[in-house]
Design a protein around this ligand. Structure first.
Ligand SMILES: [Zn+2]
Length: 458
């Protein structure tokens, strides 16, 4: 295959083309912007007769809405794990031929989650086969994990599972040459394909090393084409760096159908999976999982993991109900403010953006006349999941004021409100759903924009 195909290096910034890699683009002077790309032969120009022949072959490019509706009706059901916390995030299961990118920091548990997913599919469907492409671990590392998960899953469901029956329907591929992977998959036609990880894949058509942007893009592109051609639901595991910089997987986001982010506090057991993009279902849906030695467990009662419990009712602690996807989750926010010896006091935020903390401190100073000027401020959202819901603002503000004054907020209060730049408390979406969840857990006193106009009244 190599030899006949040529590659070139294209600047991602200005589009300049070079035959060899160089650190700096000679045209726009940017550094590290050259990406290895395959040279595409320009199509021979067509005369009108050839054009007509070519275009007549494109009858499938126009379809009636009715035929689409008929096709949808006949579509096979989605492949599902029957684990509610996973299937919901994927919009009810995996669509034939869909490609999902599962991203997250190394070591966060992506492989464990996908292994569990494979095991559940194999247990639920007696006749299906799965291919797992292992670029990072040896089969001797993977198989014991699978055995543990089978055991735990059978115990959890209280059913008897023939371990050998599951193991015999799982093939492990140990090459990272994407073209060989594609060949093996085409020969075996599995019901599900997992690539762990896409960063280890490479094609000999390009000279760059595995994991370079060019290799990543080309390998993923070929795997996407394979999934579509053979209708195989495919998972690509993609690592992101510690800074949350998804420079690698970022280039893949637009070529896949679904982007799933795995996050959580690596030292704890809680993991959150979230759909950032989904062509076949809702986005921003979250699934809550606990990572255990036997795989993953579903978290059905979020209050267990997002409330510290013993700190409730202490100064600096406040509760809110976040809405993540369709799911209301009660969360505890903790704040600490202490006098600082530094000329630039520290601001530390865990589980929320630091910019949000800066903004809320500024609003409190201006509109509630509470200054943190000479104080170090720390805010922690229990669970360390990056909730993006602005309804949390009010709880963060309440926790900060409470920490500053050393006075606990009223007992059993839940705060739900977005705070504007002028200190106003804004209404949040789907308040009823949040109120219902708070009440279900025994919290009847809910502070919202209805009871509070401005942070001044906190
Ligand atoms: Zn350039």
């Amino acid at each position: 295959m190599s030899g006949s195909v040529k590659s070139q290096f294209v600047c991602e910034n200005c589009g300049a083309v070079y035959p060899k890699w160089q650190g700096q683009c000679g045209q726009c002077k940017e550094w590290n912007t050259l990406v290895e790309t395959l040279v595409e032969k320009p199509k021979a120009s067509l005369n009108s007769r050839n054009r007509q022949v070519l275009y007549e072959n494109g009858a499938e490019l126009i379809v009636s809405a009715k035929s689409v509706a008929d096709k949808l009706e006949k579509q096979p059901p989605r492949l599902a794990t029957k684990l509610y916390e996973i299937d919901r995030v994927f919009g009810g299961g995996f669509v034939a031929g869909s490609v999902s990118l599962v991203g997250g920091q190394p070591g966060i548990g992506k492989s464990t989650i996908l292994t569990q997913l494979i095991v559940e599919i194999l247990i639920n469907n007696d006749n299906l086969e799965v291919i797992y492409v292992a670029g990072e671990e040896s089969p001797a590392q993977i198989v014991p994990r699978i055995q543990r998960i089978i055991k735990a899953s059978a115990k959890e469901k209280n059913i008897k599972v023939e371990s050998n029956n599951v193991l015999s329907r799982l093939q492990i591929v140990t090459t990272t040459d994407v073209d060989r992977v594609i060949y093996l998959v085409s020969q075996n036609r599995p019901a599900l394909l997992v690539i762990d990880s896409v960063q280890t894949m490479f094609t000999t058509d390009l000279t760059g090393i595995a994991g370079s942007v060019g290799q990543l893009r080309e390998s993923a592109g070929r795997l996407v084409a394979l999934a579509k051609r053979q209708n195989i639901p495919t998972f690509l595991v993609g690592h992101v760096t510690k800074e949350g910089d998804i420079a690698g997987p970022k280039v893949l986001e637009h070529i896949v159908d679904t982007v799933i982010e795995v996050s959580g506090d690596r030292t704890g057991e809680l993991r959150v999976i979230r759909s950032l993009k989904n062509r076949f279902g809702p986005t921003d849906e979250v699934g809550l999982l606990k990572l255990t030695s036997g795989g993953i467990e579903q978290v059905t009662n979020p209050a267990e993991v997002f409330i510290e419990g013993k700190t409730l009712g202490q100064p600096g602690s406040a509760l809110t109900v976040c809405l993540e996807g369709s799911r209301p989750i009660i969360v505890e926010v903790q704040a600490l403010a202490v006098s600082s010896p530094l000329s630039m006091p520290r601001r530390v935020a865990r589980g929320l953006p630091i910019s949000k903390l800066h903004l809320l401190l500024a609003v409190l100073q201006k509109y509630a006349r509470i200054s943190f000027e000479h104080q170090d401020v720390f805010v922690n959202v229990i669970g360390e999941v990056n909730f993006k819901d602005p309804a949390m603002d009010l709880a963060v503000a309440a926790a900060l004021i409470s920490a500053k004054k050393g006075k606990a907020p009223e007992e059993k209060v839940v705060y739900c409100g977005e705070i504007g730049l002028l200190g106003e408390v804004r209404q949040v979406r789907q308040l009823e759903k949040r109120v219902k969840e708070a009440k279900r857990l025994g919290y009847k006193n809910i502070v919202t924009s209805k009871s509070l106009n401005s942070v001044r009244q906190l």
